[in-house]
Design a protein around this ligand. Structure first.
Ligand SMILES: [Zn+2]
Length: 262
């Protein structure tokens, strides 16, 4: 064994029967769990976990890690006020280098709190992914889609091109395995035509889709006015919900789900 963790008060297994083991030792060899039991096999290093709980890593299913650099910049305001302040600050300081730096910081903070996997939607995903992988986080990122150029300055055709290149970019950066995701921002920043195109590309690439849906009541009203549909109905009618493996459509910050379907 390379490492033996001894005397843990509890070990939460997340196995088929969600067993919680007590007074247990866990041995690690070549980066994998090689022993679970009450004996104490020899190991190069050991750690006394008396009184402690061992659990699988937490998963943060939606974040914008690069924004750790903007922490505290928009306090005491509603979502609209928050977005106005943050978008202005992003325009002033967020480029590829700062996105990578902010994500590295956010990834370190995630690991310190026991979060080992994050679903991270942010500008310059290749840069953010490099920053997170550097510190060992399982970091799910993906190409971002807006109708307009946005802070990354990309035209729509360039976004499509990045989507097709994404698997190769991931392979080049390396790090823990992650599934391939495409990340259209939302139903209020992507047109019906463009969402339809993203859904088609996701099917073609065998990729999954992650987007914001119904974050606020105002968003629901806005999308309803524009399209005569709720954000969730837009996802249905543009084929986003038809991307294979339906459960892998991740809808973030779904705060108004009760008004999503009529
Ligand atoms: Zn978000």
């Amino acid at each position: 064994m390379d490492l033996l963790i001894t005397n843990a008060r509890y070990a939460v297994t997340s196995n088929g029967s969600d067993e919680i083991l007590e007074n247990i030792s866990i041995g690690i060899k070549d980066g994998k769990i090689a022993y679970i039991g009450t004996d104490k096999p020899g190991a190069t290093k050991s750690y006394d976990a008396s009184g402690k709980l061992i659990a699988p890593g937490f998963i943060n299913s939606h974040t914008h890690l690069g924004m750790s650099l903007l922490r505290g910049w928009a306090e005491g305001v509603n979502l609209q006020g928050f977005l106005e302040r943050v978008w202005a600050a992003e325009g002033a300081i967020m480029d590829e280098a700062t996105c990578e730096l902010g994500t590295e910081l956010g990834a370190l903070e995630a690991l310190l709190s026991g979060t080992t996997t994050t679903m991270d939607m942010y500008l310059n995903p290749a840069a953010t992914h490099r920053g997170a992988v550097r510190v060992g986080l399982r970091h799910i990122a993906g190409p971002i889609f807006f109708d307009f150029p946005g802070l990354d300055g990309l035209q729509w055709e360039q976004r499509i091109e990045r989507a097709h290149q994404w698997k190769a970019v991931l392979a080049e950066i390396g790090g823990p395995y992650i599934p391939t995701y495409l990340m259209p921002h939302s139903t209020y920043t992507d047109s019906l035509e463009n969402l339809t195109q993203v859904a088609a590309i996701a099917k073609e690439l065998g990729a999954r889709v992650h987007l914001h849906v119904s974050e606020t009541e105002a968003e629901n009203e806005d999308v309803q006015t524009r399209h005569g549909k709720t954000p969730t109905e837009v996802c249905r009618d543009t084929g986003i919900l038809d991307v294979p493996r339906y459960r892998n459509i991740r809808c973030a910050n779904n705060l108004w789900p009760w008004s999503s379907f009529k």
